[in-house]
Design a protein. Structure first.
Length: 262
């Protein structure tokens, strides 16, 4: 019932999932992608779990009703934490892939180390995160670092603004010199890697799960015999009526190399 020409639908609360879309496109350039950024409702990270669930279901419904979709990528840690189970139940035949903070990668790289996870309040308070922490716990010490306000500034295109630097300093200064790795547990944050790295210094490695999500999507499509071999295309949609948001999304999609990209 699905065909290889069908779309890979990707959504996030706004711009963040573009960092995952970049990894998907790099790994599978022949695919047709439709990306929905829900900027009108961003940020998801300070909402209630029920709100994030309802918004995620609405985003999935929009994408699957408007496009022939063969896979749904939840390119948002917050939406994955709150809604991946209900999305899988709602679309039992569809390939549904989420993103989680890259804690396993951090545990594997720094056994027994000191690890920070920078993420939204929702991601860090959901049971899924504690389960993830305990699943891989290699006697590491994990610091949860909620980062309210950071995604909002990225949505406003203020990645390098004085407000961003001040907010990051306020959040991260207590951890400078203390962490072996800092997991960027929100898909917006790869766009501000340079600023985070300059505060944390070279001894803290920054990690992100975008590549793992892209690999898992390819694995699932390959297994189902649904990998495409066409020319590939990308359609970007945004819930905000402000045309600036589509411009920003395109700029982030085609902009300079991110430090997580080879
Ligand atoms: N990009 C989203 C994530 O990965 C969250 C940003 C927001 O708070 O909306 O968690």
């Amino acid at each position: 019932m699905y065909t290889k020409n069908d779309y890979i639908a990707v959504f996030d609360s706004g711009m963040g999932g573009i960092s995952v879309l970049r990894q998907l496109k790099k790994l599978m350039p022949c695919e047709n992608y439709v990306y929905f950024g829900d900027s009108a409702n961003a940020p998801y990270g300070s909402r209630t779990t029920e709100e994030v669930r309802a918004l995620s279901l609405a985003a999935a419904e929009k994408l699957t009703s408007e496009f022939p979709v063969k896979a749904l990528v939840v390119a948002c840690n917050t939406a994955t934490a709150a809604a991946i189970d209900v999305l899988r139940k709602t679309y039992p035949d569809l390939i549904v892939v989420g993103i989680e903070p890259a804690l396993k990668l951090a545990y594997d790289s720094f056994p027994g180390g000191n690890l920070g996870v920078l993420a939204t309040e929702v991601t860090l308070r959901e049971e899924k995160f504690d389960a993830l922490m305990h699943r891989f716990d290699g006697n590491c010490t994990v610091y949860k670092i909620p980062a309210p306000g950071v995604a909002n500034l990225i949505e406003a295109g203020k990645n390098d603004s004085p407000e961003m630097i001040a907010l990051l300093r306020q959040l991260l200064t207590p951890y400078v010199g203390k962490l072996d790795a800092l997991v960027l547990g929100c898909t917006h944050y790869p766009f501000i890697t340079r600023n985070i790295a300059s505060i944390m210094g070279p001894k803290t490695q920054l990690l992100h799960g975008g590549k793992g999500t892209a690999r898992e999507t390819r694995r699932r499509l390959e297994k189902a015999g649904l990998l495409n071999d066409g020319d590939g295309s990308i359609t970007i949609l945004n819930s905000s009526p402000d045309p600036k948001m589509l411009k920003l999304a395109n700029a982030l999609l085609t902009g300079g190399k991110l430090s997580f990209e080879d």
